[in-house]
Design a binder for this molecule. Structure first.
Ligand code: CP
Length: 318
């Protein structure tokens, strides 16, 4: 079997070998994306349903493009406008879609555990027993393909993840990107430091083999790359910090602070960006930034995940 897991629910269940396999396969698909015809027939016998119960731009479009580049048949479902509004459950919705002979579902949901719940329940239904689940982000839990594309982008820039110093700055408490990145980077031998106001750093996070800082300048001086996270206002109650203006003053990354550092660093962001809050335009659009490389690499990484989760292993066509 290509991977040690049937479904991609998170980074935590993956082995180091699984992560290596995904990143190496993604490198081959990244080459396909450079060709005049950016398409291979690898999944022409596979049907994928993208089920988005929560808003998304990058992940949704990136998965759809990855599926089309692999010649899969694709259907898209979004919660709004569906029969969920008539009281149908998520599980009934998914089982009805799978009854139409879908092979893989890609699911984004605002609730922690949604992808895992589906993976465990699908096996009870004869029509959906062979379906595979890929988590495209579940609440504040995991966003495994984002961590994989972040890792791919870091390797592309630095050649290795081993001993790389990566800072994750911002709203760590509500971020599935932070958690998946921490699981992946520490598994692959990188050093991780999280930085933000104390109210946005989960208590006990040091147990995940990460360091903690509340000082942005010291954090940026320490790291090779900084992954800057958005303040997730949609997942917060009030009161984690006095105002967005004050947050930007102490934890916003800008060109002025980058110019103070003794060496250049790489700036990453999973998007969407709140310009002027966690990052300024003169930083997000500067030569330090690899934000749009991350987006392109996301297509190659999702092609690799779909290909391997579909159980494919033959040579990718020339
Ligand atoms: N990075 C990310 O998940 O972005 P979207 O919410 O736009 O998919």
């Amino acid at each position: 079997m290509a991977l040690s897991v049937n479904h991609l629910i998170g980074i935590l269940p993956l082995s180091e070998h699984d992560i290596r396999k995904i990143l190496d396969t993604a490198r081959q698909f990244r080459e396909v994306l450079q060709r005049p015809i950016k398409k291979v027939p690898s999944l022409r016998d596979v049907t994928v349903a993208n089920l988005f119960f929560e808003n998304s731009t990058r992940t949704r479009i990136s998965f759809e493009l990855a599926e089309k580049r692999l010649s899969a048949d694709v259907i898209n479902f979004s919660g709004s406008g569906s029969s969920l509004a008539k009281g149908e459950t998520m599980l009934d919705t998914v089982n009805n879609i799978l009854a139409m002979k879908v092979d893989i579902i890609v699911v984004r949901h605002p609730h922690v555990g949604a992808a895992s719940f589906l993976a465990s329940r699908l096996s009870r239904y004869p029509l959906s027993v062979h379906a595979k689940v890929i988590n495209a982000g579940d609440g504040t839990h995991e966003h495994p393909t984002q961590a994989l594309l972040d890792a791919y982008s870091l390797e592309e820039k630095f050649g290795t993840l081993k001993d790389l110093k990566v800072a994750i700055v911002g709203d760590i408490l509500h971020s599935r990107v932070a958690l998946s990145n921490i699981f992946l980077l520490t598994k692959m031998g990188a050093h991780v430091l999280v930085c933000g106001p104390p109210s946005l750093i989960p208590r006990g996070i040091e147990q995940l083999q990460v360091s903690v800082s509340h000082n942005l300048l010291e954090t940026l001086e320490w790291c090779d790359a900084a992954n800057i996270l958005r303040i997730q206002l949609e997942r917060q109650g009030a009161g984690y910090f006095p105002s967005l203006r004050e947050y930007a003053r102490y934890f916003g990354v800008n060109k002025k602070i980058l110019d103070k550092l003794s060496k250049p660093i790489i700036i990453m962001h999973p998007g969407p960006i709140n310009r002027g809050v966690e990052i300024t335009t003169d930083c997000a659009d500067s030569h330090h930034s690899i934000i749009l490389d991350q987006v392109l690499n996301g297509v190659a990484v999702r092609m690799a995940v779909l290909y391997l989760i579909a159980g494919k292993s033959e040579k990718i066509s020339e």
